[in-house]
Design a protein around this ligand. Structure first.
Ligand SMILES: Nc1ncnc2c1ncn2[C@@H]1O[C@H](COP(=O)(O)OP(=O)(O)OP(=O)(O)O)[C@@H](O)[C@H]1O
Ligand SMILES: O=C(O)c1ccc[n+]([C@@H]2O[C@H](COP(=O)([O-])O)[C@@H](O)[C@H]2O)c1
Length: 201
């Protein structure tokens, strides 16, 4: 089955979804994606370049610019870049995942995020619905580990946590199931790149 942005996903495939503003994309995104492929036993990681984070007041750079930068950066055949949210008209993750599951029945999606996002995950629309729809893989990020571990989401779903040692099972797990893994950390962030003048909106 082929989506009109050329992304080929087939039933049974384990596909990590890395939603993000990618404003700009950077080496931290690549590193997270490669670790997720290996550690969670995934076949693909799809970068979902967001039309705009519902919780961020400032609009990001033009979608075409962010998509082009993401495609230029990716250097791994299992990491794919998608504008699915723009084409589907979704920007809330719960809606996006439900649309993707309808579009690609039989594909096993796993939501991926850095630890900073787990800390505020309970502010996302229908966040518990996301937890019940797909397994969630959380990857360590500098200065965010403690906040993630003490987060509302980690507490509410504490009984559904998979230990880091069993991380490879996440891609095959049934939701709700989430896993936090420690990875060698990279300090890169889009906001730091913008602040240094390395990217303009
Ligand atoms: N260096 C990193 N280490 C771990 N996770 C990261 C890193 N950079 C980004 N991520 C994760 O990638 C996803 C998309 O991130 P995003 O596109 O917002 O980049 P960002 O660097 O966090 O941007 P900003 O600094 O503007 O918030 C998020 O889940 C985020 O936690
Ligand atoms: O669904 C929500 O309410 C929601 C709230 C905040 C962030 N998100 C998603 O989280 C992902 C990371 O966003 P960002 O801007 O931190 O890269 C991106 O896919 C956003 O659409 C989703």
């Amino acid at each position: 089955m082929r989506a009109d942005d050329g992304v080929l996903l087939t039933p049974g495939m384990r596909v990590g979804l890395l939603g993000g503003s990618f404003d700009p994309p950077h080496a931290g995104h690549l590193h997270l994606s490669k670790e997720a492929l290996k550690r969670f036993g995934l076949d693909r990681v799809l970068w979902l370049v967001s039309p705009g984070n519902p919780l961020k007041a400032d609009a990001p750079a033009r979608l075409e610019k962010r998509l082009a930068a993401a495609r230029a950066l990716v250097d791994h055949p299992a990491i794919l870049v998608s504008d699915f949210e723009t084409r589907a008209g979704t920007r809330h993750t719960a809606r996006t995942i439900s649309a993707m599951q309808a579009h690609w029945p039989g594909v096993r999606f796993v939501w991926l995020m850095g630890a900073d996002n787990l800390a505020q995950f309970h502010r996302w629309q229908d966040w518990q619905d996301i937890m019940r729809r797909v397994p969630v893989g959380v990857l360590a990020r500098p200065e965010a580990r403690l906040a993630a571990r003490g987060s509302v989401a980690a507490q509410v779903f504490s009984h559904h946590r998979l230990s880091g040692r069993a991380a490879r099972l996440l891609g095959r797990a049934d939701a709700p199931r989430w896993c936090f893994i420690n990875i060698p950390m990279m300090p890169h962030s889009s906001s730091a790149i913008r602040a240094s003048g390395g990217w303009t909106r």
